[in-house]
Design a protein around this ligand. Structure first.
Ligand code: ATP
Ligand code: LTN
Length: 332
């Protein structure tokens, strides 16, 4: 396989990433850094579209970096950086806003969902323009692939549309990126409400398995996960969303196939199965959490690593902005 450019981003919107983030996206980030040229971005400017608490935001940006390194993103192999450190994101973001139509932006389901929650009138303009900034994140790096969870498919489509439109109107400027979305694990559900996605900002407190949670807390959450009618451990997303979700989680972390797990727990009931899931989750997350806590002891070092990443990112991003400006007829 030839080297491909990879780009993805994650928002620093909580004190911890959750298992949905990990299985839907971050696990692939780690796998894709080998043999590719990967850029991974903590999208702090996107996080400003929600509630802003300056003390918390700073802490969360650093905790995000610590978790990414702890779960296997190597700053030597990949370019790990913070979006606001590379001003080109804002520069190209504005251009994308000038390319996108109001109608197509208005169809973004993430905007509709998030703005509906607080009442449409209280949604801020940045939440509406969010997908155009995301398009800029991706196009700046001429990415081939964008590893994300299923919920981001529509934003990737929009990015492709904007890039195609720009190229045909102003000349070849951007590579048309593709989403890299897994079939299994692309959507992990809330343990308490297994028909809703596990989410940092809108999940139920007891339904979200966090990387930075203590093992005891995560064991408790798994044991009190909502289960379904019946007592057979079988994968059936319609009739048994809760058990199916736990099967997906176990399988993704242990590497055992779902059918193997069904056989293994045949006739054993939900209790035994939940204990096994808890064990797998807790042992998987334990070293990641410990390493992240260790990294957080030395903030100055973390910031230095992020600045190093930003320098590398800027050198790629600035070439794309220069090209874009030139093709638009701006005087350089
Ligand atoms: P928020 O609730 O604040 O929107 P989030 O929990 O959805 O946050 P993001 O920062 O939006 O997390 O997403 C980071 C990455 O994790 C994205 O690629 C997204 O697709 C993926 N992801 C988020 N939640 C899940 C989930 N429940 N299952 C699979 N992938 C997910
Ligand atoms: N919108 C994404 C986060 C995000 C992103 C990106 C993902 C911002 N910029 C660029 C991939 C590529 C989300 O909510 N998960």
């Amino acid at each position: 396989m030839s080297t491909k450019r990879i780009l993805s981003g994650i928002q620093p919107t909580s004190d911890s990433f959750h298992l949905g983030n990990y299985l839907g996206a971050l696990k692939q980030w780690v796998e894709l850094q080998d043999g590719n040229d990967a850029f991974y971005c903590i999208v702090d400017l996107h996080a400003l579209t929600g509630d802003i608490d300056p003390t918390l935001l700073r802490k969360r940006i650093l905790t995000s970096a610590a978790q990414l390194i702890a779960l296997g993103i190597s700053p030597e192999k990949s370019t790990l950086f913070v979006q606001s450190h590379v001003a080109e994101h804002n520069q190209l973001g504005w251009i994308m806003e000038c390319i996108a139509g109001f109608g197509e932006a208005n169809r973004m389901t993430q905007f509709k969902d998030k703005s509906a929650k607080g009442g449409a009138d209280s949604a801020r303009v940045g939440l509406f323009t969010y997908p155009m900034l995301q398009a800029a994140d991706i196009l700046l790096y001429q990415a081939h692939y964008v590893p994300v969870g299923e919920d981001q498919r529509q934003h990737i489509e929009l990015t492709r549309d904007l890039a195609t439109r720009f190229n045909s109107r102003f000349g070849e400027t951007f590579r048309i990126p593709e989403g890299h979305i897994l079939k299994s694990g692309a959507k992990i559900y809330d343990l308490q409400e297994p028909t809703n996605k596990m989410s940092k900002s809108s999940g139920s407190a007891a339904g979200v398995l966090e990387i930075m949670d203590t093992p005891e807390a995560n064991i408790k959450k798994i044991k009190s996960a909502t289960t379904d009618a019946g007592r057979e451990v079988t994968f059936d997303e319609k009739e048994k969303p809760g058990i199916s979700n736990l099967l997906t989680i176990h399988s993704a972390l242990s590497g055992e196939s779902i059918s193997n797990l069904e056989n293994q727990f045949a006739g054993k009931g939900y209790g035994d199965f939940k204990s096994a899931v808890a064990e797998v989750v807790v042992e998987y997350l334990r070293p990641i959490r410990e390493r992240a806590l260790e990294l957080l002891q030395d903030e100055a070092h973390l910031v230095k690593v992020l600045h190093g990443g930003a320098d590398k990112a800027r050198s790629v991003a600035s070439a794309t902005v220069a090209d874009t400006y030139k093709n638009l007829g701006l005087v350089l």
